[in-house]
Design a binder for this molecule. Structure first.
Ligand code: ADE
Length: 286
């Protein structure tokens, strides 16, 4: 996979040289390139922003500078922003590995970024991350590339406002890169984690020593009894999810809950019926 990040603060992305992402790059599993948006500015001051039309506070990033940057980068694999395989005027396009090219625009007004989005992005051939600053990027940029057949995703990390898209770019690259084949040494560690397929938060974890500052590790974890350990972990995951993320509990498919799951949920004030997982009448479930 190739990921291009465009920003006015290339140094902000330096952590992507470290840890798993850094190793994935060195191993050739991920082709990650960071670009300075100002290198596409044309004036002496390398201006990338202007005041908002219609008035208001702050500055807006200019579409012409972004357009030059994105055209250049999209053109680098011989495509004109089309998906290559099935683009209408894809003649002469170089077909790459499977998966689309995605233009990702972090913004507090975007769709919420979550593990499902990360999984979807991990199937892309290329991702271009356009990091906005100030009040954001002129809206015509996203509209233009959408109209040209590029998949454009405007995503938000959460309900708070950051100073720009760089932190979101770090988050997205890490969340996606660890899903690429070969990046995480033991792929089993991806299976049981929070926001995985089970739809639950992860159970609490422990390591040695078995007693630390008078706190003992739950005895079942030392029993070597795999079925009992699995049940204990599932119960704790259900409890934790009920307490911290009742929205995730409500989204659980009832047919994936066994009798023991239902008993735990009942004890926590939830009922499982045809309508799914719902709070018991009168129970304070949130
Ligand atoms: N840029 C500014 N705030 C953001 C947020 N919450 N998520 C993604 N990008 C942003």
């Amino acid at each position: 996979m190739r990921i291009d990040v465009v920003t006015i603060f290339p140094e902000y992305l330096a952590p992507l040289e470290l840890s798993l992402v850094g190793k994935a790059r060195t191993a050739g599993l991920l082709d990650l390139r960071v670009h300075d948006l100002r290198s596409w500015a044309t004036d002496r001051h390398r201006t990338v922003d202007d005041s908002p039309l219609g008035g208001g506070a702050g500055m807006v990033m200019r579409p012409d500078v972004w357009g030059e940057a994105l055209d250049t980068l999209l053109g680098e694999d011989g495509e004109d922003g089309e998906d290559g395989e099935d683009g209408e005027d894809g003649e002469g396009a170089v077909p790459g590995p499977a998966g689309p090219t995605v233009l990702l625009v972090p913004t507090p007004s975007g769709d919420r970024f979550d593990q499902r989005t990360a999984e979807r992005l991990a199937g892309s051939r290329r991702i271009l991350v356009a990091c906005g600053r100030y009040e954001g990027i002129d809206s015509r940029v996203a509209d233009h590339y959408r109209a040209r057949g590029v998949q454009v995703l405007e995503i938000s990390l959460g309900d708070y406002v950051l100073n720009g898209g760089e932190v979101a770019a770090l988050v997205v690259v890490e969340a996606v890169a660890r899903l690429l084949p070969g990046v995480v040494g033991n792929p089993e560690s991806l299976v049981e984690e929070s926001h995985g397929a089970a739809g639950l938060l992860e159970y609490p974890v422990y390591t040695r020593p078995p007693v630390w500052r008078d706190q003992e590790v739950p005895e079942v974890l030392l029993s070597g009894h795999h079925a009992r350990i699995a049940r204990w972990r599932r119960d704790r995951a259900l409890e934790r999810t009920a307490r911290r993320r009742p929205d995730l509990l409500r989204a659980l498919p009832a047919d994936e809950l066994d009798r023991a799951d239902r008993a735990v949920l009942e004890a926590l004030g939830w009922t499982v019926d045809d309508g799914g997982v719902v709070p018991q009448p009168g129970a304070v479930a949130d």
